[in-house]
Design a protein around this ligand. Structure first.
Ligand SMILES: [Zn+2]
Length: 252
């Protein structure tokens, strides 16, 4: 009896903490999603080798199985939505071994911008501490259509989610380092007109973080050149170096 209980606990721990490696994919499944993501998701195209691509697909499918997608204001939830949003989840957490944002399991999709009573205005997206993400699908797609304008709604909202989740404990010292550097830049930004980030980053430190993440993924070289300390602090938190990734993609 005790052995049976110990076994159940062991399986639970393995599934909870090693979840990514438990998603088996067949060759056919791999080819299907490889083909799909190669056409639809730029970040996937700059992964360096088959090992990374397989890891990406496994994680994306894991996220897709785990997350619940809900329709709002008439959206018809499609397989494209599930795949692409799960790909965004995978992109932002790709540097971590096991961070899955499992506290954020509910995604509410609106066709376009929507009215939030809480904010008292039309919004593109909202991330709540209770684990719910709300977003406009039109703006999700726009975020990935222009990949160099430093605006990406999904990455912005997921950056908030990572922050609320406290990086599942993975990046706490790195986060402290990031906050120290960011506070300096945040204060400087509020006193000058000419700054690297769009003005919305001035709202508070949480928005500064989310805008920094958008810049990190869309224009990593420019961020690295203009604000190197902040860039490398962001590499530390997210555990991936986008500038190197983009460069190796152009060189290969
Ligand atoms: Zn925000």
């Amino acid at each position: 009896m005790e052995i049976a209980i110990a076994l159940i606990i062991l399986v639970y721990i393995l599934v909870k903490f090693q979840a990514f490696s438990f998603r088996y994919i067949s060759k056919k499944e791999y080819e299907h999603y490889h083909d799909y993501l190669s056409k639809r998701f730029r970040y996937y195209c700059i992964l360096i080798d088959d090992k990374e691509r397989k890891k990406f697909i496994k994680r994306m499918l894991y996220m897709k199985d785990k997350k619940q997608f809900y329709s709002r204001e008439g959206t018809v939830i499609s397989e494209d939505m599930r795949i692409l949003f799960s790909a965004a989840f995978t992109q932002i957490t790709f540097g971590y071994d096991k961070v899955q944002l499992y506290n954020f399991d509910e995604v509410y999709i609106y066709p376009k911008t929507f009215y939030s009573r809480l904010v008292g205005a039309e919004v593109k997206g909202l991330t709540f501490k209770n684990g719910r993400i709300h977003l406009s699908w039109e703006d999700f797609l726009n975020g990935y259509i222009d990949e160099e304008d430093n605006i990406n709604l999904a990455l912005h909202e997921l950056a908030h989610a990572l922050y609320v989740d406290r990086f599942a404990g993975y990046s706490l010292p790195e986060w402290e380092h990031w906050e120290n550097i960011a506070t300096e830049e945040f204060n400087r930004m509020r006193n000058v007109d000419d700054h690297h980030f769009r003005e919305y980053a001035e709202t508070n430190m949480n928005e500064f973080w989310a805008v920094c993440v958008e810049n990190f993924f869309e224009q990593p070289h420019s961020l690295r050149e203009k604000l190197p300390h902040l860039y490398f602090a962001t590499v530390g938190v997210l555990k991936q170096d986008m500038a190197v990734r983009k460069l190796s993609a152009t060189n290969s």
